[in-house]
Design a protein around this ligand. Structure first.
Ligand code: SF4
Length: 459
């Protein structure tokens, strides 16, 4: 069976068709920002997961999941955000609701759990995540949080992230609201005029540290990082920064807009994925401040980093030219940068999709992609497998849920999501990305995969 007939054997649900498009050959619109279709087995996570990915890296806060123990399976081991100091975020706490709590309510258990945990771990703040069951039984989580906050004199914040109430993006919104609740209450004295907050980097493998070092060299103060290597006291002063630089726009634009309206802080979008977009992000920040020494230092930094990285890119490009990739990521803004990075390595993107892209994002993807590239919103496992086979790609870029698809179909894989251990941001990240893509795409192992073995494919 050849790739085309294998791919035809994997169906796409009729109701899903509006969320799939081909660059250059369709009307150009991809239906998006809607709940997953029942039965489609979407790759996308729930509302609670969306809020957890955003807030989890705040390392000196207590993170308590109010719900059954199953929801708490999403731990630091799955998303290992790094901290340069405290590591309370590595602990996973749950109220472990049982049947009796469902019947008689979980508020008392939540209250007692919070008091015990705060006494034991002395956190700077606590986030309490509501899960599906809590939404169904109607616990007043905000009231319990307010009571404990007054008693213990720390911010105790209810995160309204009941899993069923929308998409992962609604979880991002709940997380932004929780971060916003921390701001505006303490002094911002002493913050430089040339200062920023970094929004939407989660320091999974040290990316926040790479980016902060660039800004240090440029002479720009970073007030708070939200939330990679995040600290409660820094987030509480974030409303004193002059500019918000938003990387993961899907998760953090809501917070940036709130801060613009509430505190008059403008925001810009930035991406630190790839040479082109990293350089643009740094120049955009330098230009915002319009300060000649900052601009000069930025030019020097970018020039130095590009000179360092280009010999490696040239070597990788020789082997990777003409190879094809599939990209499936959380936010579409990252997909834009990945398409450009792959192009720099001589590779074409044949399939691209996201969990949380909006209409404007998909319009940009239509323009950015070569004709006939498959563009997909909120894909399922079977759909992705079908597209990988149809386009016969050499590389799949995704996260932990996409890795088995790639390996089962005999395709190289690059983790660009929660589980990676190598930083892929900035110029150093691009060098790591080039090495990783080169190693997986050119691995001799793929010759032995049945799909690529002529004798097996004839049987
Ligand atoms: S919040 Fe709901 S959908 Fe999310 S993990 Fe818990 S039970 Fe599952």
């Amino acid at each position: 069976m050849n790739a085309a007939s294998r791919s035809a054997a994997l169906p796409v649900l009729e109701a899903r068709r509006p969320q799939i498009s081909r660059a250059g050959s369709d009307s150009g619109t991809v239906s998006c920002e809607k709940k997953s279709i029942a039965g489609a087995v979407s790759q996308r996570a729930c509302v609670f997961c969306g809020s957890r990915v955003v807030l989890y890296p705040v390392a000196d806060a207590l993170h308590l999941i109010h719900g059954p123990i199953g929801c708490a399976a999403y731990t630091w081991d799955i998303r290992g955000a790094l901290s340069s100091g405290p590591e309370l975020h590595r602990m996973s706490f749950s109220t472990d609701l049982q049947e009796i709590d469902i019947i008689s309510g979980g508020e008392r258990k939540l209250y007692r759990s919070l008091l015990e945990l705060i006494d034991k771990y002395q956190p700077k703040a606590a986030f309490v995540y509501s899960t599906c069951v809590v939404g169904v039984i109607g616990d007043d989580v905000s009231a319990v949080c307010n009571m404990v906050g007054k008693e213990k004199k720390i911010p105790v914040i209810a995160v309204h992230s009941e899993g069923f109430k929308g998409t992962k993006k609604d979880g991002y919104a709940a997380a932004c609201d929780a971060l916003a609740a921390l701001m505006g209450k303490v002094s911002t004295d002493g913050i430089s005029k040339q200062s920023i907050n970094i929004l939407g980097d989660f320091n999974i493998a040290g990316e926040t540290w790479i980016i902060k070092e660039y800004y240090r060299r440029m002479g720009v103060e970073v007030v708070a990082t939200m939330t990679g290597d995040g600290r409660i006291d820094e987030i509480r002063r974030a409303h004193g920064a002059a500019l918000n630089v938003v990387q993961c726009s899907g998760s953090m634009t809501r917070l940036a807009r709130f801060m613009e309206e509430q505190y008059g802080i403008p925001y810009i979008r930035a991406s630190y994925i790839g040479v082109e977009d990293t350089a643009k992000a740094l120049y955009d920040v330098a230009s915002f401040f319009g300060d000649a020494p900052v601009l000069e230092r930025t030019k020097q930094l970018v020039r130095e980093k590009i000179d360092e990285i280009m010999p490696l890119i040239d070597i990788c490009r020789k082997d990777l030219s003409g190879k094809k990739a599939a990209v499936y990521v959380g936010g579409a803004f990252k997909a834009f940068s990945l398409i450009k990075s792959l192009r720099m390595l001589g590779m074409e993107t044949a399939v691209v999709g996201s969990q949380t892209g909006n209409r404007q994002d998909y319009e940009v993807l239509q323009k950015l992609c070569t004709p006939d590239t498959i563009i997909v919103d909120d894909a399922s496992t079977l759909e992705l497998a079908r597209f990988v086979l149809e386009k016969d790609v050499d590389l799949f870029i995704g996260g932990v849920k996409e890795r088995p698809i790639a390996y089962k179909l005999g395709v190289g894989f690059c983790d660009h999501n929660h589980e990676r251990k190598t930083a892929l941001a900035g110029f150093e990240g691009m060098a790591n990305f080039a090495r990783e893509v080169h190693a997986t795409v050119t691995s001799p192992i793929w010759r032995f995969v049945p799909r690529r073995n002529t004798r097996s494919s004839e049987t």
